[in-house]
Design a binder for this molecule. Structure first.
Ligand code: GDG
Length: 660
């Protein structure tokens, strides 16, 4: 199970430490049976995908994506072990090493993939936690499978964790693991980070197993969320779903023995049990919930975009697009949370109104994801129908106004796309953070380009230089796109500089270090929070009561307006470029249309007061098969790579590229 060199690499406690500890733990188990690793990462997926050659030979290749990109450097430098599912049905791959990482695979049966992964994770929790953009489905069989699979992960973490190890559990697929592990091991520090939003209580309360989820999470010592509002929502759920009292960012529970169903919290019954601000009474644990906004490796992205071939590729991309005046870009997993349909609708209307001129293209990378889940299949149909309609209505021979790519690409290609785009469209209806927004900023070392960003993405709390939008407000979205497309280079630089500073200073290393530092701190030594620690929340446990956290200092303001917007609106910007005199002009109408900075009249802003379109409150509609972009018999995504000079190229087709 263990690499022989692990002990030598300093991952385990020294023999002296081990000798000093009693031989058996409280449960009478021999400590010698504990695992070897001082850092154990538990995530739904491994950072590698299993591939098979034509000869049937299996190998592993990196599976890039938000979580993997963020955590790989941490794991590499710490020598810890990564526990996760390989993404395929079948027995556990067991411990192995790939790309310098120690990995332990969890095996799932086809039924568990159906009920736990596609069911409870992707069709219950995902839509519920994203504000019921699609209706969540509740099935007891799925829940049972979720409990069983979470137990596999907890058992494996127990096997791998050395005495006093740190165990870092990730994301909504594994919310029961902290408590399941806590029951087995009192000696480990457990951190949990959720990458997606934690919903408001009125939504969370729909979950029939809400108390069990809260209890599961409270097995951790530290719970990390993307936004302060997510942390506040969780604390609210502690009060209402579990009847616990919270004090500032903390909640105290009694460490009890296994209860009904294997684990359960005991709510402190009295002041004496609860303790006071001076310290924790014996048998009590204090859990902290706080925001740790995740980020990207901005230094690495900065290095990638410095490469001559990436810069050349960015130029080439603009060339193969026909040297447009304006390139808009969207990069998303093809997920209904990402607001792709709203974006397409806004773009289609802008084309019909001529507000972006005639020399504009939108490149939309929609990476394949969760293709076996019905809502995702329906969304794909609807997106592809919409793309086809827009291309059919506004395209001409050799000019599709949308380049739609249902494929995955290497990081270098993504970086070149970011460099090539004048305006990046990140318009999710709900998103924990959205790394694409930060990647775009990190790649723009030329300080050019503009970001249109949904206020419902966690990144909106940090990227004040973006054009913040409500993606449900199609008129507002259109106005923001036009504004972003017409700012002066000076204004673009000012905005981009501010955003780049933020992403550089708060990169992924900063995120990981601040989480681990906080986790390592002794809870009882933390600053007591202002206010009477024992002042009970009069509404605790009452699911129908109003929000006792109104004005909660933890709750960030997700709707904070764009601080720079007024300035930009104040003056019409001059043109950034003009195509006049271009003899090779391949564009419809033969002319340049309106050059940037003169992109038609501005429509009245947001007059419809938030008209809702598309997916809100309903499942993506199943639409009849329409003509696809491309030719009959070859759907998007069938092509593994495009020849250089013909398109973004070098596609890297994966079932679920961002490890989700
Ligand atoms: C969850 C939360 C949170 C996409 N296509 C390709 C590709 N990607 C990469 C992007 C980016 C990542 O995948 C996607 O990250 P996001 O943040 O947009 O979204 P989720 O997958 O939904 O992730 C999210 C994140 O966790 C981290 O905490 O931000 O809110 O939902 O890195 O670049 N990468 C490559 N080829 C592709 O075709 N190489």
């Amino acid at each position: 199970m263990r690499e022989p060199d692990d002990a030598a690499s300093g991952q385990v406690q020294s023999p002296d430490d081990q000798a000093a500890a009693p031989d058996r733990d409280e449960a009478g188990r021999e400590r010698a049976d504990y695992g070897a690793y001082s850092l154990v990462l538990v995530a739904s997926r491994l950072p590698v995908d299993r591939t098979e050659s034509s000869a049937g030979e299996a190998s592993w290749r990196p599976s890039p994506g938000g979580l993997v990109t963020a955590l790989e450097p941490v794991m590499r430098s710490s020598g810890g072990v990564w526990i996760g599912w390989s993404g395929d049905a079948g027995p556990a791959p067991g411990p192995f090493k790939a790309g310098g990482l120690h990995l332990v695979g969890i095996g799932l049966s086809p039924e568990e993939i159906r009920d736990y992964y596609e069911g409870f994770c992707n069709a219950t929790l995902w839509p519920l936690y994203h504000d019921v953009i699609a209706p969540p489905r509740f099935h007891r069989r799925w829940w049972d499978s979720y409990v069983a699979v979470n137990r596999y992960f907890a058992e494996e973490a127990d096997r791998q964790a050395g005495p006093g190890a740190t165990v870092w559990v990730h994301d909504y697929q594994l919310q029961l693991v902290p408590q399941m592990l806590r029951e087995r091991r009192g000696d480990v520090r457990i951190g949990y980070f959720t990458h997606i939003p934690f919903p408001g209580y009125e939504i969370f309360a729909q979950l029939p197993w809400r108390r069990r989820i809260v209890e599961g999470l409270l097995g951790a010592d530290l719970l990390g969320f993307q936004r302060r509002s997510d942390a506040a929502n969780f604390l609210r759920a502690c009060r209402r779903a579990a009847g616990l009292m919270t004090r500032g960012a903390t909640v105290r529970v009694l460490a009890s023995g296994p209860g009904e169903g294997g684990y359960s919290l005991r709510v402190p019954a009295s002041r004496a049990e609860r303790g006071d601000r001076a310290g924790l009474p014996a048998g009590m644990r204090e859990i902290r919930a706080a925001a740790f906004p995740i980020s990207v490796d901005s230094a690495e992205l900065g290095e990638i975009v410095q490469r001559a071939e990436v810069r050349a590729r960015a130029k080439e991309i603009r060339q193969v697009l026909g040297q447009p005046d304006l390139v808009l870009l969207g990069v998303d997993r093809l997920d209904y949370t990402k607001g792709i349909l709203h974006r397409l609708r806004a773009y289609g209307e802008l084309l019909s109104e001529g507000r972006l001129g005639s020399r504009v293209v939108l490149v939309q990378v929609a990476s394949p994801t969760r293709e076996r889940v019905e809502a995702y299949r329906a969304l794909r149909d609807e997106v592809e129908l919409t793309v086809s309609r827009i291309n059919g209505l506004y395209g001409e021979l050799g000019y599709p106004p949308i380049h739609y790519l249902h494929q995955s690409y290497p990081r270098e290609e993504m970086a070149a796309l970011y460099l090539a785009a004048d305006v990046m469209l990140v318009t999710p209806l709900r998103d924990g953070m959205n790394l694409v927004a930060k990647e775009y900023v990190a790649c723009r070392d030329d300080e050019a380009g503009a970001l249109v960003l949904s206020e419902f993405a966690g990144a909106a709390d940090e990227l004040g230089g973006a054009f913040l939008v409500n993606p449900h407000d199609i008129e507002g979205l259109k106005d923001a796109i036009v504004r972003a497309a017409t700012i002066t280079p000076q204004e673009a630089r000012r905005r981009m500089r501010a955003m780049r500073r933020r992403v550089r200073d708060h990169d992924v290393a900063h995120w990981a270090a601040s989480f681990r530092d906080m986790l390592a701190r002794d809870t009882s030594a933390r600053d007591p929070l202002a206010g009477d620690p024992l002042a009970g929340d009069p509404l605790a446990g009452d699911p129908l009561a109003g929000d006792p956290l109104a004005g909660d200092p933890l709750a960030g303001d997700p709707l904070a307006g764009d601080p720079l917007a007024d300035e930009v609106l104040a003056g019409d910007s001059p043109a950034r470029g003009s195509l006049a005199g271009d003899p090779q002009n391949p564009w419809p109408g033969g002319g340049s249309g309106l050059s940037r900075g003169h992109l038609g009249s501005r429509s009245p802003s947001s007059q419809n007061g938030g008209e809702r379109h598309g997916l809100h409150g309903q499942a993506p509609q199943q639409v009849p098969d329409g003509p696809r972009q491309g030719q009959a018999g070859r759907g998007p995504g069938d092509r593994r790579s495009l020849p250089r000079g013909r398109g973004p190229g070098r596609a890297d087709r994966r079932r679920d590229p961002p490890g989700r």
